[in-house]
Every structure is written in C-alpha cells, then in structure tokens.
Design a protein around this ligand. Structure first.
Ligand SMILES: CC(C)(COP(=O)(O)OP(=O)(O)OC[C@H]1O[C@@H](n2cnc3c(N)ncnc32)[C@H](O)[C@@H]1OP(=O)(O)O)[C@@H](O)C(=O)NCCC(=O)NCCS
Length: 171
C-alpha cells in the first residue's frame, strides 16, 4: 500500500540518468558484491532503451529497472555486454537489475516499477519474464511470479523468479 501521496513519474531512462542509477545500484547491491558498472548501464540503455525505466519522486531518481530480451533462458552474469546477450526478437524479458533508493523503500515504488516492466514486456510481446533475487522474492510473488530455481552465486543463495502464463492473461 502507498504510504505517501507524493506524485511519481516513471519514464524511460536517458544518458544523464546513468550516474544516479549506478549510485542506487551500488547502494542496493554492494553488500552482495553484485553491483554493476555505469558503463554496463549505459550500454543497456543504448541497446534496449525501451527496457530501461526510472522512477522520479520528489525531483530525484528514486528507482530504476533495466532489462534485456533473450532468445533462450540462461544464467545471467554481472556486467555482461548487452550487445551479445540482448536480442531484438527475444521473447524472454530478463530484468537484469532493479532497485529502489533506500530512503524511498516501502512506499510501493518497487511494485510500481515491476508493474511498468511487466506492461513493457507485454508491449514487446514477451512470453516470459525472469528475474534473479536474493531478498526480494516477496515483491515478485505479489505479481504472480513463481520461484523456478535456486542457485548459489558467490556463496549467496539466489532465486530465479519467473512469470509466464499470467503475462498475457491479465490487464
Ligand atoms: C526489492 C525492492 C526493489 C523493493 O522496493 P520497495 O519500493 O521497498 O517495495 P514496495 O514498497 O513496492 O513493496 C511492495 C511489496 O513487495 C514486498 N517486498 C518489498 N521488498 C521486499 C523484500 N526485500 N523482501 C520481501 N518482500 C518485499 C512487500 O511484500 C511489499 O508488500 P507490502 O507493502 O504489502 O508489505 C527494494 O527493497 C530494493 O531496492 N532492494 C535492493 C535491491 C533488490 O533486491 N532488487 C530486486 C531484485 S533485482
């Protein structure tokens, strides 16, 4: 439930947003050693701009979500070059990273970002969305994702969350 009435805007990311995105990413993922470089985010934006969203609240970037389209499901790696992993005809949308700045968490922004990514996947005619997570399973479960796999990555348990049949069934 939204704990605030602050107006928020979700839009496609732009080049100048990348430093703020990388900062949120570092804050969110440094503890697990899974943060990525600004160059990786820049390349994702260039390769698949429609798949890269940011959320603005109180005049600042409060969240981001980025993605790629894949032809086949596989294990994602950190800082992969999207020029080799993204495919224009891919039907599997992989949410490569998504995070909310810590002081904006718990306001529904994570769920809103996920909803916008799901809408985008529908527009792109994707048949599946996958995301990896160590802690945010609850967020994905709220939108009908199922846990399909658990792996150990850098000694940390990672769940693969997947949304398939629900993708074109609702909305
Ligand atoms: C996960 C994350 C994006 C959630 O953002 P948020 O804005 O705080 O989430 P919301 O306020 O939209 O929460 C919506 C629901 O998702 C669930 N949820 C959110 N974060 C959760 C978490 N870390 N663990 C389990 N469930 C979570 C809650 O059930 C919440 O429902 P509620 O309001 O009924 O309690 C944020 O905590 C974050 O950036 N974490 C670090 C990065 C990360 O884990 N990214 C996701 C995987 S790539």
């Amino acid at each position: 439930m939204l704990a605030t009435t602050t107006k928020v805007l979700v839009r496609n990311a732009r080049d100048q947003d990348i430093p703020a995105v990388a900062e949120i990413d570092t804050e969110a993922f440094a503890a697990t050693g899974t943060m990525e470089t600004p160059e990786t985010f820049q390349l994702r934006l260039r390769t698949f701009p429609d798949g890269f969203l940011i959320l603005i609240a109180e005049n600042e970037i409060a969240a981001y979500g980025c993605s790629e389209k894949w032809l086949t499901e596989r294990e994602p790696g950190l800082n992969e070059n999207p020029a080799t992993t993204h495919h224009i005809d891919g039907k599997i949308l992989c949410i490569t990273a998504m995070a909310v700045k810590s002081n904006f968490r718990g306001r529904g922004y994570g769920l809103l970002m996920l909803d916008k990514l799901i809408e985008m996947a529908r527009r792109e005619n994707c048949s599946q969305i996958i995301a990896e997570t160590t802690h945010a399973q609850g967020l994905f479960l709220k939108r009908g994702f199922k846990k399909t796999q658990t792996r150990t990555e850098r000694e940390v348990l990672v769940d693969v969350m997947s949304l398939t049949q629900e993708l074109h069934g609702k909305k």
